[in-house]
Design a protein around this ligand. Structure first.
Ligand code: AKG
Length: 233
């Protein structure tokens, strides 16, 4: 009798989105293909993989989901690589609002989840960083999970990782892996990125994956990078 595989390989794609959306999509796709060819069965992209990160960019780069170029690419790519593809996030245009949205596709190319960032990143650390996503974005309303043959996954985006209640809700729903596409910065990154991933894992006894964009010192928003996967231990 064939037994179900208990293990799988999860890849985090730490790409470096620039101002050219077509190139951002091409590069992300190349990196997903590379991950799949190295045996990854689940692949995540980072937050805002199709655009630079910043409130000034969201209105320009936003697209409908699932009928925009970025989401279509994700669906085709999941099917081509036969992976579960967690599409990081993109600015999503829906009616008259913009959301920070993650869509997930299965190996058959079908959409399994659409998650809109629940907790918007509004902070002011005097002299260091001020960022107000809520100037432009609207918050999502619903946690989202999706199932694979190995386990259930829970989704969050970046700042969402600061809220243990969301992770606990996913744990209570039976998730074994929490995936947070992200883009921390050079102030909160060194202080909290790894700490938060390890905290969510230990307090919920789950695997936690933080997938960041790569660092570009010349960008208007300099990301911390350091994508990581943490075990329950
Ligand atoms: O929580 C933080 O320090 C960073 C959050 C962030 O960059 C985001 O939510 O996009």
């Amino acid at each position: 009798m064939a037994t179900k595989a208990q293990t799988f390989r999860l890849a985090l794609v730490q790409c470096l989105p620039g101002s050219n959306k077509v190139k951002n999509l091409q590069r992300a796709a190349e990196m997903v293909r590379e991950a799949a060819s190295n045996g990854a069965q689940v692949v995540s992209l980072p937050e805002c993989f199709n655009s630079p990160y910043g409130t000034r960019y969201f209105p320009e780069y936003c697209e409908p989901v699932p009928d925009g170029d970025s989401t279509r690419m994700l669906s085709e790519l999941a099917k081509e690589t036969k992976t579960y593809l967690i599409g990081g996030s993109i600015p999503e245009k829906y009616q008259d609002k913009i959301y920070n949205t993650c869509s997930v596709f299965g190996p058959d190319g079908n959409q399994l989840a659409l998650y809109r960032k629940l907790h918007l990143f509004d902070i002011d650390v005097p002299g260091k960083i001020k960022f107000t996503e809520s100037d432009v974005l609207s918050p999502g309303q619903t946690p989202q999970t999706f199932d694979t043959e190995w386990c259930k996954f829970g989704l969050g985006i970046c700042y969402d990782a600061r809220f243990p209640e969301l992770a606990g809700l996913y744990r209570n729903r039976g998730c074994k892996v929490l995936v947070y596409p992200g883009a921390f910065n050079m102030t909160t990154g060194p202080a909290h990125w790894e700490l938060l991933a390890r905290a969510r894992s230990v307090d919920c006894q789950v695997y936690t994956a933080f997938c960041s964009v790569a660092r570009d010192e010349s960008a208007t928003y300099v990301a911390w990078g350091h994508s990581l996967i943490v075990s329950p231990w």
